[in-house]
Design a protein around this ligand. Structure first.
Ligand SMILES: NC(=O)C1=CN([C@@H]2O[C@H](COP(=O)(O)OP(=O)(O)OC[C@H]3O[C@@H](n4cnc5c(N)ncnc54)[C@H](OP(=O)(O)O)[C@@H]3O)[C@@H](O)[C@H]2O)C=CC1
Ligand SMILES: CC(C)(CO)C(=O)C(=O)O
Length: 330
């Protein structure tokens, strides 16, 4: 069984690296800069529990043709790159290759299905954080396992052996919406320019997130969407918990702060690298759904605008300033 990671960056190198470390035959397809880094250093995979794995002989390629032999393709490009990745894969994949989208956002699997008619495309979700620390080091900063649609049972033992068991969901939409609600913190974390733990320790940033989530929950309710429960606190109660004063938040929701001190959102990494972010695929979904229902979404719209500004000129926002930007009357 041959596995290809298509779009090998943070998630791809970590998930694919763990599969390779446990004996799976993995080919990585990514960019030349990372290919050179991995050629010099191999992959070193660390996690918040202190575990460390090394993969020395890494097959890291930079052309789509390297996916031609794959039985299973894990797509881990950012959302803006999905259509291109799908078009590239369409030219090279074996007819029976199965494709999994391990991406945030709601529409990536559909984009891949449109590009790859005839292939089984499975929606997946990665709940944990991975930080690219440079020199081939990828660090898992938070806990969680992989969620997928049914259809990968023949590959389940490989993921199990890698310590990344697959949890199946007949309907991934509630899981994806719940993840999107959590991802509303990505831009707030990116704008704070702080590690997740430091950001979420400050009530001012939590108030920003609570405002974005409350607005999103109104839209979801009007649309009849019930998000899955991915955390100890159900999604609908999260804004109330986030608004607690710091001392009470630490006491009642200390588990939310059990985050590796290094962990940051993938959107922070994009801003740092000068790449376009996934903001339109995260907060933008709330704005689009709200507009379709006639529900205004000023908080998520303002966050989207601030991130687009930061894509041009990265600007860190102290908590009080960010809260003011989001909630001041227009
Ligand atoms: N990082 C995290 O902690 C988490 C991320 N996610 C989600 O997982 C997905 C992947 O995120 P992440 O791993 O952080 O992203 P990265 O940007 O780290 O990795 C994606 C890599 O794929 C490369 N790439 C893009 N298009 C192609 C292509 N056509 N061929 C080859 N390589 C390509 C990118 O290069 P280039 O930049 O040049 O385009 C980049 O190096 C996103 O949807 C993200 O939201 C989910 C959970 C946690
Ligand atoms: C894991 C989480 C929620 C936060 O890091 C994420 O999905 C991301 O960074 O994109």
């Amino acid at each position: 069984m041959k596995i290809c990671v298509y779009g090998a960056g943070g998630i791809g190198c970590y998930v694919g690296g763990r599969l390779a470390a446990s004996g799976s035959d993995v080919t990585f397809v990514g960019r030349p800069r990372l290919a050179a880094e991995v050629a010099s250093n191999g992959l070193r995979l660390t996690d918040f529990r202190g575990a460390e794995l090394r993969v020395n002989a890494v097959r890291f390629e930079v052309v789509p043709e390297a996916a031609a032999e794959a039985d299973l393709v894990l797509v881990t490009v950012k959302s803006a790159g999905t259509a291109t990745a799908g078009a590239e894969l369409a030219k090279v994949l074996k007819p029976d290759a199965v494709v999994v989208s391990f991406q945030n956002g709601l529409r990536n699997a559909s984009v891949l299905r449109a590009a790859l008619p005839g292939h089984r495309v499975v929606t997946g979700m990665v709940p944990f954080n991975v930080l690219n620390r440079g020199d081939g080091v990828f660090h898992q900063g938070t806990e969680g396992f992989l969620d997928v649609e049914p259809g990968l049972s023949s590959y389940a033992p490989a993921f199990e052996a890698a310590g990344l068991p697959l949890t199946e969901h007949a309907d991934m939409a509630p899981v994806q919406w719940a993840k999107l609600l959590l991802n509303l913190n990505n831009p707030i974390n990116a704008l704070s320019d702080l590690p997740l733990r430091d950001e979420l320790s400050q009530r001012g940033y939590r108030l920003c997130l609570a405002a974005a989530q409350s607005e999103a929950l109104v839209v979801l309710k009007a649309a009849g969407i019930e998000p899955a429960q991915l955390t100890a606190v159900p999604a609908r109660l999260m804004p109330r918990i986030l608004r607690l004063p710091d001392w009470l938040f630490r006491r009642l929701a200390g588990r939310m702060l059990a985050i590796d001190p290094l962990a940051r959102s993938s959107m922070w990494e994009d801003l740092q690298a000068g790449r376009p972010t996934e903001i339109d695929y995260l907060n933008g979904e709330i704005t689009t759904l709200g507009a379709s229902l006639g529900i205004p979404t000023p908080i998520n719209t303002r966050i989207t605008t601030l991130i687009h500004q930061s894509e041009q000129t990265p600007t860190p926002y102290p908590a009080a300033t960010l809260l003011h930007h989001l909630t001041a009357p227009s």
